[in-house]
Design a protein around this ligand. Structure first.
Ligand code: GH3
Ligand code: MG
Ligand code: MG
Ligand code: MG
Length: 310
């Protein structure tokens, strides 16, 4: 693999026999890998944590901590379940082989070592784990992208729906209040018509950033709910907390001072907000909360905009 040779793979060789360690080191270095050594299971765990090897070649019978115990404990370390472990041991009985795989070994070869086979196994294990890690990183990136609104970098509607549902069930279990804010930019169509669509996009980005700044808790989620609508999910927040946040958001968006000549309520861009707060009941769905916030938003619009309603 070309990609593998770019970053020198690090092989952790664990064996209580100095001569075997030496032979393994020589064979692995010949393959272009960097080698670190450990004499027993405990040293292996320490080296694994401090040096993050790409593969572990692990002996079974060793003093202090044997390879089976070591392998079990490796799985619990960060990155442990993603790092291939190749057991190299004189034990060939069925029970030892089964046990090796049960404790999480990726592969197994017996002593005396058949060197060409070992080289190929190590190469294959490194290759597979490299590809797996790349795939996982790509998946994480996709997952992130699938939850983000491209324009504002806030959570998108998909993420909003998912999080609302999750928090609805969580708050129901804990019997805690869940608050929801729906925020809609006032007279945004005339804004676009006056200043252009690009300025409109910039306005959405700035309003989104202001919303993000106004929400402090790590459990709060701000999302772009629709075109010029934003939503904030506030778990474990009572109605007064939600009112306070709504007022802060309203003030801070107005304070951005984005000129809006066609607004009839202010010379600057403003928001109307609908607030709803419920302690979720098991037989009621989160749509009830959304509906309440939507109705409150409608009220805020009807009563003149640049305000919040409950
Ligand atoms: P109200 O005060 O009642 O909320 O009036 P409004 O004009 O804000 O509401 P309306 O629903 O009539 O218009 C929303 C506008 O938002 C229309 C649409 O073109 C604009 N919009 C939606 N998404 C985007 C976007 O991504 N970028 C830009 N620039 N405009 C958008
Ligand atoms: Mg041994
Ligand atoms: Mg709207
Ligand atoms: Mg609007």
């Amino acid at each position: 693999m070309n990609e593998l040779s770019v970053v020198k793979s690090v092989v952790l060789v664990v064996d209580d026999d100095r001569i075997i360690r030496c032979l393994l080191r020589r064979a692995m270095e010949k393959e272009g890998y960097k080698v670190i050594e450990a004499e027993n299971g405990e040293e292996c765990l320490a080296a694994f944590q401090s040096l993050a090897p790409h593969i572990v070649l692990l002996d079974a019978i060793m003093p202090v901590m044997d390879g089976f115990t070591c392998c079990t404990q490796l799985q619990a370390l960060p990155g442990g379940d993603r790092t291939p472990v190749l057991m190299i041991t004189g034990l060939e009985d069925k029970q030892s082989v089964d046990r090796a795989f049960e404790v999480g070994a990726t592969d197994f070869v017996t002593k005396p070592i058949h060197w060409p086979v070992l080289r190929q196994r190590v190469r294959r294990l490194l290759q597979t784990s490299f590809l797996f890690n790349q795939l996982e990183a790509a998946n994480q990136k996709l997952e992130r992208l699938a939850s983000l609104d491209g324009l504002t970098q806030l959570a998108n509607r998909r993420r909003f729906d998912e999080y609302l549902d999750q928090q609805w069930r969580h708050m129901a279990r804990e019997k805690l209040p869940l608050s929801l804010l729906l925020c809609d930019i006032d007279f945004f169509k005339p804004y676009n018509d006056t200043y252009g669509h690009q300025a409109g996009d910039l306005c959405l980005q700035n309003v989104g950033a202001a919303l993000r700044l106004a929400l402090k808790r790590s459990t709060d989620l701000v999302a772009r709910y629709g075109g010029e609508e934003f939503a904030a999910i506030l778990p474990n927040t009572k109605i007064f907390g939600a009112l306070h946040i709504a007022e802060t958001i309203r003030e801070q968006v107005k304070a951005l001072g984005i000129a809006h000549a066609k607004s009839t309520v202010s010379p600057c861009v403003t928001l109307s907000l609908g607030i709803a707060c419920l302690i979720p009941m098991p037989d009621v769905s989160s749509a009830t909360l959304l509906k309440a916030a939507d109705e409150a938003l409608y009220q805020a619009k009807a009563r003149g905009r640049d305000r919040w309603c409950v």
